[in-house]
Design a protein around this ligand. Structure first.
Ligand code: NAD
Ligand code: UFG
Length: 339
């Protein structure tokens, strides 16, 4: 099968591209590199020994995405391309609605024109908002609490409406929990630009000496150690989840929704401890006030993906930290050569 991977130069997209190539698929990557490096695509080629048809382009340019469908003979699309920084989305909501929602509409128009109606979309556990009825199951009402999350919610609605209106569409909505880790070669991984917003890349930069200490947001949550609990999932398990979804949906049509998480929660202090063990060094941290909008705990009900896709996460927190550390320590500045 030939799969178009939008955002395929990014963190989750590059690992999924590698998995697709290793499983005999051909891949076209479409990415404007706004938050990634072409080096990731080269390293995926090096790891797989296969060529990626890389097209640098922006989903906001309708002609650019149209020409991919006209030229490439695409069978299915995995749509990762999007902006993902919650704080930036609060400061600049139009940028997020334009990029994520209009970018997706342009992609759907191109798909419709070329008769490709099979799409897997990167949604997020952020669509559950502040829900605290853990574990979070797919049947919960959606209630995103920030513009980034609302772009995911709106795109989910658009995609569900589309498949309700035209039964030829096959739509898969994958709601990721907290991706972490890297390919075990240490050759590809997450490349945050600027100060990382997320916990694991921040810890990794402290461990490698790029930052002084981890700021732990809140020590007074109603959790066993007072810090926030999340469901960290290895990026290679996520990648495998995309393949399982593509395989399951095969010739099926309609809308499918699955959480991709482990079903287990870890606290901030547990993550720091696990990373410290993986890196073999202590990781300084300091408690600071809670970050506004953060839930005390969020972890997946992961049973639906197991039941339907036969998929479950295989790697634990220790493995995530070990692989993340291998990537971070051998590429202290990610794909760049310096800060
Ligand atoms: P990423 O930033 O590493 O990858 C996204 C890629 O999309 C980047 O390479 C970027 O250059 C590209 N892109 C952005 N806008 C584009 C546009 N208009 N046209 C073409 N390319 C564009 O992020 P990631 O962590 O790999 O996330 C992938 C997807 O998964 C995103 O949609 C994100 O919202 C979603 N997601 C991520 C997380 C997470 O914590 N990493 C959690 C849940 C959902
Ligand atoms: N945290 C810290 N210090 C930091 C960063 C985070 O203590 O420097 C804490 C947070 O308070 C939270 C936990 O670590 O308790 C995880 O925080 P992240 O920012 O890594 O992840 P979130 O769960 O807040 O959000 C992430 C993505 C969202 C996505 C969500 C679910 O940023 O976009 O996971 O997939 F929607």
């Amino acid at each position: 099968m030939k799969v178009l991977v939008t955002g395929g130069a990014g963190y989750i997209g590059s690992h999924t591209t590698l998995c697709l190539l290793e499983n005999g698929h051909d891949v076209v990557v479409f990415d404007n590199l706004v938050n990634s490096s072409p080096e990731s695509v080269q390293r995926v080629e090096e790891l797989s020994g296969k060529k990626v048809d890389f097209r640098r382009g922006d989903l906001l340019n309708a002609h650019a995405i149209d020409s991919v469908f006209a030229e490439c003979g695409i069978d299915a699309v995995i749509h990762f391309a999007g902006l993902k920084a919650v704080g930036e989305s609060v400061e600049n909501p139009l940028k997020y609605y334009r990029n994520n929602v209009i970018g997706t509409l342009n992609l759907l128009d191109s798909m419709e024109k070329s008769g490709v109606r099979r799409l897997v979309f990167s949604s997020s556990a952020t669509v559950y908002g502040a829900a605290e009825h853990v574990p979070l199951s797919e049947s919960l009402p959606l209630d995103a609490t920030n513009p980034y999350g609302r772009t995911k919610e709106q795109i989910e609605d658009i995609l569900s409406d589309l498949s309700a209106a035209d039964p030829r569409w096959s739509i898969t909505l994958l709601r990721y929990f907290n991706p972490a880790g890297a390919h075990e070669s240490g050759r590809i991984g997450e490349h945050p630009q600027g100060r990382p917003n997320n916990l694991v890349p921040f810890i990794a930069q402290v461990a490698v000496g790029r930052r002084d200490k981890v700021l732990v947001f809140g020590s007074d949550y109603p959790t066993p150690d007072g810090t926030g609990i999340r469901d960290y999932i290895h990026v290679m398990d996520l990648a495998a989840g995309h393949l399982a979804a593509l395989q399951y949906t095969g010739n099926k049509t309609g809308t499918f929704r699955w959480n991709l998480g482990t079903g287990r929660g870890s606290s901030v202090l547990e993550v720091i401890q696990a990373f410290s063990a993986a890196a073999g060094r202590s990781i300084p941290y300091e408690f600071v006030p809670r970050r506004p909008g953060d839930a005390a705990r969020s972890y997946a009900d992961a049973t639906a993906a197991l039941e339907h896709l036969g998929w479950s996460a295989q790697r634990d927190l220790a493995k995530m930290c070990e692989d993340h550390w291998r990537w971070q320590s051998s590429n202290p500045f990610g794909f760049a050569t310096e800060n």
